[in-house]
Design a protein around this ligand. Structure first.
Ligand SMILES: [Zn+2]
Length: 85
């Protein structure tokens, strides 16, 4: 995740926190490999010397391709939980 300004809470991270997963095979609730394809628009600000600073990142869209349980090594038994559960 790209957060552009130090100390500024990232709106995207807040969105991700509302998503939870569970592996029904081993009971894992906390560790997953999540593969995501993201489309972003970034403000690239180059100094005169050519040093790049990315000052703003906007997420235009994303697709979760795969969620793997870290313990099982596959995502066959991973289910998505609603926040209320
Ligand atoms: Zn598992």
């Amino acid at each position: 995740m790209v957060c552009t300004k130090a100390g500024e809470r990232c709106r995207y991270a807040e969105q991700m926190e509302s998503k939870r997963y569970r592996c029904t095979a081993c009971g894992n609730l906390t560790r997953f490999d999540v593969e995501i394809t993201r489309t972003t628009r970034e403000f690239h600000h180059f100094s005169v010397g050519g040093t790049l600073e990315i000052e703003q990142t906007e997420i235009l869209g994303e697709t979760v391709d795969q969620i793997l349980c870290r313990w099982c090594g596959h995502g066959d038994d991973v289910v998505r939980l609603d926040r209320e559960e």
